[in-house]
Design a protein around this ligand. Structure first.
Ligand SMILES: Cc1ncc(COP(=O)(O)O)c(C=O)c1O
Length: 387
């Protein structure tokens, strides 16, 4: 039976590396998971307790497609507390992870053949989901000159080269680089998109995980920006598949209808648990302290690996590093590294098809002892590769 062109969507390479790592683990090898971008901790205790209570007492049926009112209100409160802005709970739509949110956002904002600019390196699923929806993706090479982020000038140039654009996706902090868009640039991006009539989509799922200045939310700058967020990263709830969007007023009814049809509702147990995630700041900030220690460990180890070019790891839990002194085939490099040392990292090609053959992404979300051991193993492997 022929597979549709949508079924030919490229793999999410991170998950392919994770699959190989798990197979190695099954074969009895010790594996250091520095490939997948997920916390190595469970959901906060408050969430687990709330979910346990809900399991006992709640029938856990469908909710409204936009989510449980109490959760939407609590998320709006979060914007008041963290960003000092008023967002009506009506504009919050609870989603099945931000991944579910992307589908809703892209379907609501773009028709087939629309053109959307993304940064390269960037999160691969933007490109892959948009591609499956017949949206043309313009991957704009970004480097140290622009903090590995899109700027109004780069967007303008992309629009000129490609005969106009319909939308732009930014992520701050970004995956794979961890770089953060500073407040002035974010405002300039929002102003530019408004003036040029471009839909601005801001992926803010790593917010809360920052090691210096906190990133601004596009929700504070323009009510027409579509903002995506998630309980997966800072809140340590990847498998609960729960996230949210802040939706522009004009798109609300469309997003609601799409959510009704595509998902009916986000998982009810996860929604009821997520309400309690906002009461777990102490526990979650403990994770952030560990990520900071891990980040320091990785950064201190890089020179001994011969790595001196990497994106500014302002936030998230990644270091995106240039390994061109070691390889021009990052897929092969990662697979050899895994086989030889048990250390799983992700090849850059997933994030940047053009230049990612010479880069890798190291995720340091795991425990500190594993990060330390993995860096030692990488040191020995890189010394041998160079030697
Ligand atoms: C930048 C970015 N956005 C979105 C996602 C999807 O996360 P989720 O669907 O768990 O919210 C990820 C996952 O790694 C990511 O790195």
């Amino acid at each position: 039976m022929p597979l549709s062109h949508r079924g030919q969507i490229p793999a999410f390479v991170v998950m392919e590396v994770a699959k190989a790592a798990v197979e190695l683990e099954r074969a009895g090898r010790r594996v250091f998971h520095m490939e997948v971008g997920q916390p190595s901790t469970p959901a906060p205790a408050t969430v687990r307790a709330a979910a346990a209570r809900a399991l006992e007492k709640d029938i856990l049926g469908y909710t409204l497609a936009t989510g449980v009112p109490k959760l939407r209100a609590r998320i709006a409160e979060h914007y008041r507390q963290v960003h000092g802005i008023e967002i009506s709970p009506e504009r919050i739509v609870v989603t099945t992870g931000s991944s579910g949110g992307f589908l809703l956002a892209f379907l609501a904002a773009f028709d087939g053949r629309a053109k959307v600019a993304i940064a390269a390196p960037g999160y691969p699923c933007y490109r892959n989901i948009l591609g499956a929806l017949d949206v043309e993706v313009i991957a704009v090479p970004c480097g140290p000159e622009t903090h590995y982020q899109l700027t109004p000038a780069l967007i303008e140039e992309a629009a000129r080269l490609h005969g106009g654009l319909d939308g732009v996706i930014v992520a701050s902090p970004s995956n794979p680089t961890g770089s953060i868009i500073d407040a002035a640039t974010m405002k300039a991006l929002a102003d530019y998109c408004r003036a040029a009539n471009l839909t601005l989509i801001s992926d803010e799922i790593y917010q809360g995980l920052q090691y210096g200045e906190a990133p601004v939310s596009a929700a504070a700058l323009d009510e027409n920006a579509i903002v995506l967020n998630s309980f997966s990263k800072y809140f340590s709830m990847t498998g609960w598949r729960i996230g949210w969007m802040v939706v522009p007023p004009d798109l609300l009814r469309g997003v609601e209808r799409l959510a009704q049809n595509f998902f009916i509702s986000a998982p009810t147990l996860s929604q009821l648990g997520a309400i309690a995630a906002f009461d777990a700041t102490e526990e979650l900030d403990g994770h952030l302290r560990r990520y900071r220690d891990n980040r320091d460990l990785v950064l201190a180890a890089l020179p001994a690996l011969g790595i001196n070019q990497f994106a500014p790891p302002d936030g998230a839990f990644y270091v995106y590093a240039d390994v061109s002194h070691l390889t021009d085939d990052s897929v092969r490099f990662c697979s050899d590294l895994l086989a030889a040392t048990g250390v799983a990292v992700t090849p850059g090609v997933d994030f940047d098809r053009e230049r990612g053959h010479r880069t890798v992404r190291i995720s340091y979300a795991t425990d500190t002892a594993s990060v330390a051991e993995a860096m030692e193993r990488m040191k020995a492997f890189c010394a041998e590769t160079v030697g």
